[in-house]
Design a binder for this molecule. Structure first.
Ligand code: FO1
Length: 333
């Protein structure tokens, strides 16, 4: 069964890893948020792409979820001694990735070409695609002015109060090669437990943001040339990144609250909306802790699965992904 996963950040990467443990590599395509990408120390940094790739390669730092395992920090230490910017921590091993990516991009390669090359080198089986080859930086509007995502997330530790977001130039940016093809072939689309506001919405902004996702024949490349995934019986299933009113990690719950929405699994289901209405979802997966919200999710016209959604171990990633696939199988027309 061909599956497309939309992902960004550590939680998303964990479910992607679980899916990869349940599916043959040729059946899984991951479309990754690149709104967090930025230039730092003259290098092109793509945190979510790297988090997904390192996780699939089994080389992610287990303590942080981002960066590489068995990392050393000598370059950062030298930088600190010289008074350079060390608020964004690049490890020595990770630095090699950014150096080579930057070199290849300066040589004229696209981000998707570079990502394919790195995946081959790291032995990553599933196709990992940036949402777009064009930069679409996420701006976070806050009570302290507008900040690039990494300025908000890392430098300011998510402290400023959020008032909105902008995905810069998303209307002009085309999906990366392979994105529409994968969506066209998909029998299931999984929205991973990533931050809806800043990990998934940037991807949806690229795809046109009106439950479009499947290109009309012949394959459309222009905005507005999509038909809803559900029109060809392709369920879209999301897994909640919010458990018990709190984000498993990151600022998703804080963002909901600051934007005037009570943070909850139900709020996430409402965020994406029902495929039967003008939204996306046929199915939604929420944690046991939130089981009392399942009927409210169903009343939105979205099927609900209640299970353990915490992924502390590889076994829990595999188990959650298996349950998502079984649940989605029942939603297939
Ligand atoms: N997150 C932090 O909280 N602090 C860091 O210093 C940091 C460095 C970093 C370096 C490379 C990389 O790929 C990711 C890194 N991240 C860091 C994580 C990153 O900011 C976030 O995980 C994502 O952008 C959110 O999805």
């Amino acid at each position: 069964m061909k599956v497309v996963a939309l992902a960004g950040g550590v939680g998303g990467a964990k479910l992607v890893d679980g899916l990869a443990r349940n599916l043959p590599p040729e059946d899984l395509t991951v479309i990754v948020n690149t709104g967090d990408d930025f230039e730092h120390l003259g290098l092109k940094i793509c945190p979510d792409l790297d988090t997904v790739c390192y996780t699939l390669a089994g080389s992610a730092n287990p303590a942080t979820g981002w960066g590489r395992a068995n990392e050393t920090w000598n370059a950062l230490q030298s930088l600190a001694e010289l008074g350079g910017p060390v608020w964004f921590r690049l490890g020595d091993r990770d630095l090699g990735t950014h150096l080579e990516r930057t070199r290849l991009i300066h040589e004229g390669n696209t981000l998707s070409q570079v990502t394919r090359r790195f995946c081959e080198a790291w032995g990553v089986g599933p196709a990992v695609l940036p949402m777009s080859d064009a930069p679409v930086p996420t701006l976070v509007y806050t009570d302290e002015g507008e900040l690039h995502f990494q300025e908000y997330f890392v430098r300011r530790q998510c402290r400023p109060r959020v008032t909105g977001f902008e995905f810069q130039r998303a209307e002009q940016a085309l999906p990366a090669p392979g994105v529409l093809e994968a969506l066209n072939e998909a029998r299931l689309i999984v929205i991973c437990p990533s931050n809806p506001w800043v990990s998934i919405d940037p991807i949806l902004a690229i795809l046109g943001n009106q439950s479009r996702w499947v290109a009309k024949e012949p394959l459309g490349r222009e905005p507005g040339t999509f038909v809803p995934a559900t029109a060809k019986g392709c369920p879209v299933v999301a897994v909640s990144p919010i458990i018990g009113g709190e984000a498993v990690r990151g600022p998703a719950a804080k963002m909901y609250a600051e934007l005037g929405v009570q943070p909850s699994a139900l709020a996430v289901a409402g965020h994406y909306g029902s495929a039967g209405e003008t939204g996306l979802l046929s199915g939604f997966v929420l944690d046991h802790v939130d089981k009392t919200q399942a009927d409210e999710v169903r009343s939105l016209g979205i099927e609900a699965l209640v299970t353990n959604t915490l992924m502390h171990t590889p076994a829990e990633r595999t188990q959650l992904a298996k349950e998502v696939l079984l649940f989605a199988g029942k939603l297939l027309n």
